[in-house]
Design a binder for this molecule. Structure first.
Ligand code: SF4
Length: 367
């Protein structure tokens, strides 16, 4: 666990060290930027996450109702923590990310920037459109590196990333046990490491970890099996707080979680088309219509991990997840699952109140 934790806690130092050795690094957000395209060009893709609890610089650059996750990411950039990045790529998943991209491009000025247009709907014409978007992205990366990305390199990259997905699914599989050997907070730390480490290194590390961790150790302290879903959540301390209240988080529907890796890329003759299909139809965020795939993913999480309740957390001003809450609540009710809705900030503010609500929720579930 320490090595996964170290990869994230010391990420800026580690990544700067890699860059000093000639490694190009590009930051990305969110799940609709295919890392495979960057990796096949020899670039290390790194998920941009926040960190800053207070955001005075970002507040001066973003409007007041930008979500606190985006604010925290920008604060990290404006305090030069992301100055080592050779580029920044986003998909226009929400207006907050879109504005973050604009400010980042104007004030941080990395050598490479790109925004991928993401359709709202999944059907054949939008798959064609998104395939074209990914082709343009590939061409821009080729222009930046001065190297052609061959189909062979893309297929190899897809294979490595699929291996990451397979290993992470094996990790999640351990959580189906009555006494999982790993907590929700620890799992989140591992998924975060996957998002910032070179995949080959991460795969070797996780493979070793999976051998070490089995057979499962007993964890009899928890009372209730929960899943977590909602806005961007990458701080394990949130999950720790829930788990310290007596629950065990065994599943999630989060972008720094199962939605990052659940579905593999299925190879096709055109690797870009295969990537487009996978990224567009992967367990989606509420940004995408229809919600068939999302419901299927939620159902799988609830049933496979034998979940007894769900926590739905929404970062203040997050319209994507805020608007979807009633629909998620209704659908989880159909599955017989009680849900606790929590509004929060990206930072750890308001944790005391949240703890009280979680404890009351657990008591109601036990009742
Ligand atoms: S937390 Fe919500 S508002 Fe903020 S970047 Fe993510 S989807 Fe957009």
């Amino acid at each position: 666990m320490e090595r996964f934790r170290e990869a994230y806690v010391n990420r800026y130092r580690n990544l700067k060290g890699r860059q000093g050795q000639g490694q190009k690094i590009i930051g990305w957000m969110c799940l609709y930027v295919p890392e495979e395209i960057l990796a096949s060009a020899g670039i290390l893709p790194v998920r941009v996450m926040g960190g800053a609890e207070r955001t005075p610089l970002a507040d001066a650059h973003l409007y007041t109702n930008a979500c606190s996750f985006v604010r925290s990411c920008l604060e990290e950039a404006l305090t030069n923590n992301y100055a080592f990045l050779d580029g920044f790529v986003v998909a226009n998943t929400c207006d907050h990310i879109r504005r973050l991209f604009d400010v980042w491009r104007q004030y941080i000025k990395p050598p490479f920037t790109h925004i991928i247009s993401l359709p709202h709907k999944v059907d054949d014409p939008t798959l064609d459109f998104y395939t074209q978007q990914l082709k343009s992205f590939k061409e821009k990366v080729e222009g930046f590196t001065g190297q052609t990305i061959t189909d062979e390199a893309l297929n190899k990259s897809i294979e490595v990333h699929n291996q990451t997905r397979k290993l992470l699914r094996q990790l999640y599989e351990l959580r189906t046990a009555d006494t999982p050997p790993i907590t929700g907070a620890e799992t989140l730390e591992i998924v975060k490491a996957a998002m910032i480490m070179p995949k080959e290194e991460f795969n070797a590390l996780l493979e070793g970890f999976l051998k070490e961790i089995s057979p499962p150790k007993a964890d009899t302290d928890h009372r209730i099996r929960l899943m977590v879903l909602g806005s961007e959540l990458d701080n394990p301390d949130y999950l720790k707080l829930v788990e310290e209240s007596g629950a065990l988080i065994v599943a999630d529907d989060l972008c720094v979680g199962s939605r990052y890796f659940w579905n593999p890329v299925v190879p096709e003759q055109d690797p870009i088309r295969a990537l487009a299909r996978r990224y567009l139809t992967n367990a989606p965020c509420p940004r995408i219509r229809p919600d068939t795939n999302r419901k299927r993913h939620l159902k799988e999480m609830v049933e496979r991990f034998r979940v007894a309740g769900a926590i739905y957390e929404t970062i203040k001003f997050c319209d994507i997840y805020g608007v979807y809450y009633p629909m998620a609540k209704a659908y989880l009710a159909e599955l017989g699952l009680p849900i606790l809705g929590l509004d929060r900030e990206y930072s750890m503010a308001g944790m005391g109140q949240m703890k009280t609500r979680v404890q009351a929720f657990l008591e109601s579930l036990e009742g």
